[in-house]
Write a protein that binds this ligand. Structure first.
Ligand SMILES: Nc1nc2[nH]cc(C(=O)O)c2c(=O)[nH]1
Ligand code: SF4
Ligand SMILES: [Mg+2]
Length: 244
């Protein structure tokens, strides 16, 4: 339903694209270091204050028609090929890419993209049958703590959706990635993991920060706590390397 509300300005045979870039190393989560082409789609159903991709949704700062022009699936796949798709993985991020999974453009894009395709999602929309069958890996990032500060819990945390992704995580097809600003955020992530029966070994905790020194300081503060909980720790390799 959300897709219909936001899709008004985007023709059914197109997807709003903020950027296509690569090849770069996947910077986050279990596939860190893998050669990747990134496709960043426009629009989001959440409004996280520290979001690093506000060009995909923040109409108070950006004209989304300019920052995320609608493009056909064929155009997107061709551009992805020019940015490394075909060797390594393709990562579809956003925004919230699953807002578009019911469009013909999504279907055509996923059918034509070469190789393993991963999706970065905020965990509020369950993948449909086609998406689940085509996507090799979901990186699921429910918003808590400082990230979730602008949206009510019932919008950010959808138990039935988390249950679906917990099953995929148990099959090795999904990993949960929690962005945490401090120790209190890590505890909130741990409560959510417990309440929704998410497998601990499929959880990555990633310190919040878009600048290398601040990120490192945030990571040092929580790394022992992350290990105590039995979780994994995610770097942000692209910050360290100074690539996108
Ligand atoms: N290198 C690199 N790795 C990433 N992993 C997830 C990203 C994202 O913005 O979703 C991202 C990104 O923007 N760049
Ligand atoms: S869910 Fe992701 S893209 Fe959407 S506002 Fe939050 S951080 Fe930004
Ligand atoms: Mg990012």
């Amino acid at each position: 339903m959300e897709m219909l509300q936001i899709a008004g300005t985007v023709p059914e045979d197109r997807l709003p694209v903020q950027e296509i870039f690569g090849p770069v190393p996947q910077g986050e989560g279990p596939y860190t270091g893998r050669r990747a082409c990134f496709i960043r789609l426009g629009r989001c159903n959440l409004h996280c204050p520290p979001c690093d991709s506000k060009r995909t949704w923040d109409t108070s700062r950006y004209d989304l028609a300019q920052t995320c022009p609608p493009r056909t699936a064929e155009d997107i796949v061709e551009a992805a090929g020019e940015h490394g798709a075909g060797a390594g993985i393709v990562v579809i991020s956003g925004g919230e890419p699953l807002l578009w999974q019911r469009t013909t453009a999504w279907h055509r894009m996923l059918t034509a993209l070469p190789g393993d395709v991963h999706v970065e999602t905020n965990g509020t929309i369950s993948p449909n049958e086609f998406t689940t069958g085509r996507i090799a890996h979901f990186s699921v990032s429910p918003k808590i703590g400082r990230m979730g500060a602008a949206d009510p819990a019932k919008r950010r945390i959808r138990p039935a959706v988390l249950a679906d992704f917990a099953v995929l995580a148990g099959q090795g097809k999904a990993a949960f990635k929690f962005v945490t600003a401090d120790a209190a955020d890590v505890e909130e992530a741990a409560r959510l993991v417990r309440d929704h029966q998410i497998p601990h070994d499929r959880v990555w905790i990633m310190p919040l920060g878009d600048e290398s020194a601040a990120w490192t300081a945030a990571g040092r503060d929580i790394v022992a706590q992350v290990m105590d909980h039995g979780f994994n720790f995610s770097g942000r390799l692209h910050l360290t390397l100074g690539v996108r």
